[in-house]
Design a protein around this ligand. Structure first.
Ligand code: ADP
Ligand code: ADP
Ligand code: MG
Length: 471
């Protein structure tokens, strides 16, 4: 097993990885840009090294990051999610410098990171994919010709896209003409690549994804599915495992399909195969993420398997600690992405000082947070500041527990998605788990809630104390 791992990331996921290292008896090394000097991930690791003053360049420079790993005497590197996690160069540089990359090999990352190559690999393996173009589009006229064949509406997508960006729905030829140049420039800016392709727009789909693990001995297993249908602008907000919308035969089918997909590319380490499920019950492959995902927590809560520790074991050349027959799931887990954003103001990021924070607790509650009282959320990074995951034996109790835990969570000084999630939790479609990816946009009224009760109580108590002290 490794002795020391460099965590090439920040925020809650860096802290999460430190925790896995600690349980495995491995030292963890944090890296930080100067605006992150007081970040929690720096405090939680055994050692920490500065990347310099720029908020982003250090985290995004694979040479810099691997140099630090070598200098700190690390034998492995975990990339987390976002940043360099899906950059094949990082995996390559690691290999060259004798640092084990905790993830798949560079070639797998390259193929699956290109949505058109991934689609082709899946078609070759007999996996159903969303109807669409098989190679990158050459021009807007080609796009229009293809869209005519597929039928509107269509999804225009960047081949190298991720994080919900570089995707646009086009309802007719005029919209496609209009969006084409815009998606190209968005893709160039965000991903440094401009290739686009088209897919049929699936109406009111459910986002169902399967966690897979593959080791160096050819063992590939799945850890059941997650339902990530609650999304805003193609970005996940709430994730559930297992999907309360599938029956056992669908569950078996999709798990086996994901394993087949992973085997087809000789997948090693942890990955996620994402599918859309249309209202007629058909599953279509959408993409594969070749890294740990934000929502891996719900899978851990229902299976009891520590995905980060499995990743580490696999990278160290050990076999999977469980076989498919050993993996079972129990109850339901729901994860809420606590973002520092104002839902009442178009989810505008809300950075600044956290004046007070306390995490919820009690039965079935897990928090993965990057914040503490007095912490100042820097404006340079994404707005995810904590993840709240609840687990319960059945769906109804999971929903009740989620309400209780969100009410239990104290986060003041910045706006957050907490009150918005409480509204979603009271919506009959959520309670009865009738969820598709259009839920958030179909319910704008859920962002128009009254202010939370507790800040008012806090204000009243503060006034009362001040009055007493004045006496
Ligand atoms: P998950 O599927 O794990 O929920 P997301 O798609 O939400 O992952 O992305 C996780 C993080 O990685 C987010 O912070 C997102 O902004 C970032 N991210 C994902 N893909 C890219 C990419 N291609 N380029 C830059 N950032 C990305
Ligand atoms: P990313 O790499 O940014 O995660 P995905 O290809 O996984 O991009 O798509 C993100 C989300 O966009 C999906 O979860 C789904 O909600 C929506 N989406 C993507 N493709 C389609 C499609 N063909 N039809 C309908 N919705 C889609
Ligand atoms: Mg995706």
């Amino acid at each position: 097993m490794f002795k020391k791992i460099l965590i090439a990331n920040r925020g809650e996921i860096a802290t999460r990885i430190s925790r896995a290292c600690s349980e495995l008896g491995i030292k963890s090394v944090a890296i930080y840009a100067e605006p992150d000097r007081y970040a929690l991930h720096v405090k939680k690791a055994d050692e920490a090294y500065s990347l310099g003053p720029d908020p982003l360049l250090g985290y995004l420079n694979p040479h810099r990051v691997v140099n630090l790993a070598v200098e700190a005497g690390c034998d492995a590197l975990h990339p987390g999610y976002g940043f360099l996690s899906e950059n094949p160069k990082l995996a390559e540089i690691c290999a060259r410098r004798g640092i084990t990359f905790i993830g798949p090999d560079a070639e797998t990352i390259r193929i699956m990171g290109d949505k058109t190559l991934a689609r082709q690999a899946m078609i070759d393996a007999g996996i159903p994919v969303i109807p669409g173009t098989q190679s990158s589009l050459g021009s807007v006229d080609e796009a229009i010709a293809v869209a005519g064949e597929i039928g509107y509406p269509v999804m225009l997508k960047a081949s190298g896209g991720g994080g919900g960006r570089g995707i646009r729905r086009c309802n007719d030829e005029a919209e496609l003409r209009n969006s084409y140049a815009r998606v190209i420039s968005e893709a160039e800016k965000a991903f440094g690549r401009s290739e686009l392709f088209l897919e049929k727009y699936i109406d009111r789909p459910r986002h169902i994804e399967v966690q897979v693990l593959g080791d160096a001995f050819g063992n590939v297993i799945h850890l059941f599915e997650r339902d990530c249908s609650i999304q805003r602008r193609h970005q996940k907000l709430i994730e559930i495992a297992p999907s309360p919308q599938l029956d056992e035969s669908q569950r078996t089918y999709i798990g086996e399909l994901a394993v087949r997909a992973a085997r087809a590319v000789n997948y090693r380490n942890a990955g996620t195969v994402e599918f859309l499920l249309d209202p007629e019950g058909r599953f279509y492959f959408m993409e594969m993420n070749t890294r740990l995902q934000v929502e891996h927590t719900v899978t851990e809560q229902i299976t009891g398997i520590d995905v980060v520790q499995e990743q580490t074991r696999i990278a160290a050349g050990l076999p999977l600690s469980v076989s498919q027959a050993d993996v079972s799931h129990r109850g339901y887990a729901i994860q809420f992405r606590i973002n520092a954003e104002d839902p009442q103001n178009n989810f505008l990021p809300s950075f600044g000082r956290i004046t007070r924070y306390y995490s919820p607790g009690g039965p079935g509650v897990r928090t993965d947070a990057a914040i503490y009282t007095g912490y100042e959320i820097p404006p340079y990074y994404d707005s995810l500041c904590a993840k709240l995951t609840v687990w319960a034996l059945d769906w109804d109790q999971a929903v009740r527990r989620a309400r209780r835990a969100l009410n239990d969570m104290g986060l003041y000084g910045v706006k957050s998605t907490i009150p918005y999630y409480l509204e979603i939790l009271n919506h009959p479609d959520f309670v009865q788990h009738r969820l598709d990816t259009t839920f958030v946009e179909r319910h704008p009224e859920l962002t128009r809630y009254a202010s939370r009760r507790r800040p008012e109580w806090a204000a009243i108590i503060a006034v009362a104390i001040a009055t007493r002290e004045g006496l």
